[in-house]
Design a protein around this ligand. Structure first.
Ligand SMILES: NC(=O)c1ccc[n+]([C@@H]2O[C@H](COP(=O)([O-])OP(=O)(O)OC[C@H]3O[C@@H](n4cnc5c(N)ncnc54)[C@H](O)[C@@H]3O)[C@@H](O)[C@H]2O)c1
Length: 257
């Protein structure tokens, strides 16, 4: 059976989905290592946990840095890491012709190399402990494309390939690796791209919400953080021990088209 409560290392914990996941998972009794490039934001998230903050620690860490990851794991000593949630991410919206090379590299590094580096770092510990769950936060853009999001779509598609490979390599242990793919959630990442998309397409922000974000979702409503947290909680459970290398899509029916 699973260790309980679980010790969860969550990246991108300083904002949006990561902050919401931290609140939900801490509320379920788990211990959290809250990771964000913005250490102050991770600390703020910890402050929001109330009494559960005693079961959480906040760490400033750039997921693209293997040196910082190594230093973090060394600082944790022999504490368990039962679950790795690769959630840190960012968006950049531009036609390919104008897409800055450094933005391409940044998105790839944060959303593809970061999960690779962290997986590589935590797997020996998970194997030693005889238990592990790796949950990668993909996106509807792991499965379909949208114009203007070349780097994001490529990184999120790549994450599914990485997940499948990691699942095969860990099949001999009590470890699973899966990707959760939500469609649009109202987080700062989405709010920030409303203006950029409206400008690039010559439409209003409300039209971006209605025509670009909600129109492809038959259920026509934003996904909530609680739905993603519940899916993650299921993937962490003993009952999900044979679910590995999979994609759990929460998209209001988008890919059923
Ligand atoms: N918001 C959505 O609609 C949506 C939909 C599907 C998937 N997602 C995915 O959910 C995840 C979280 O997105 P969000 O909407 O909460 O975004 P957000 O911008 O609100 O939060 C992202 C967090 O990641 C952190 N971060 C960025 N680069 C980092 C790095 N190099 N190292 C460590 N931390 C870093 C940021 O500081 C920030 O706190 C992303 O992977 C995103 O692709 C979001």
């Amino acid at each position: 059976m699973n260790p309980s409560p679980l010790h969860i290392l969550l990246t991108g914990a300083g904002s949006g989905l990561g902050r919401g996941l931290a609140l939900a998972l801490a509320g379920n009794g788990h211990h959290l290592f809250l990771i964000d490039k913005n250490g102050e934001a991770a600390n703020e998230t910890r402050g929001l946990l109330g009494p559960a903050a005693d079961r959480a620690s906040a760490h400033a860490l750039d997921v693209t840095s293997s040196a910082q990851i190594e230093a973090l794991l060394a600082s944790l000593g022999d504490q368990r890491i039962d679950v790795l949630m690769n959630n840190a991410g960012l968006q950049y919206v531009s036609p390919i012709e104008d897409f800055p090379e450094e933005k391409w590299d940044l998105l790839m590094d944060v959303m593809l190399k970061g999960p690779f580096l962290l997986t590589k770092a935590v797997l020996p510990r998970m194997r030693r402990n005889g238990f592990g769950r790796i949950i990668n936060i993909g996106s509807i853009h792991s499965l379909i494309a949208s114009p203007l999001k070349a780097a994001y779509v490529a990184a999120k598609h790549g994450l599914i390939g990485f997940t499948k490979t990691a699942a095969l390599e860990t099949a001999d242990a009590e470890i699973t690796v899966n990707t959760i793919c939500p469609a649009y959630l109202r987080t700062p990442l989405v709010d920030a791209q409303l203006q950029a998309q409206a400008q690039a397409r010559g439409i209003t922000e409300q039209q971006v919400i209605d025509q670009i974000m909600l129109e492809p979702m038959p259920k026509r409503r934003f996904i909530t953080i609680e739905e993603v947290a519940a899916a993650a909680e299921f993937l962490m459970s003993h009952e999900a021990r044979n679910i590995t290398g999979q994609t759990l899509t929460i998209d209001g029916g988008w890919v059923a088209h």
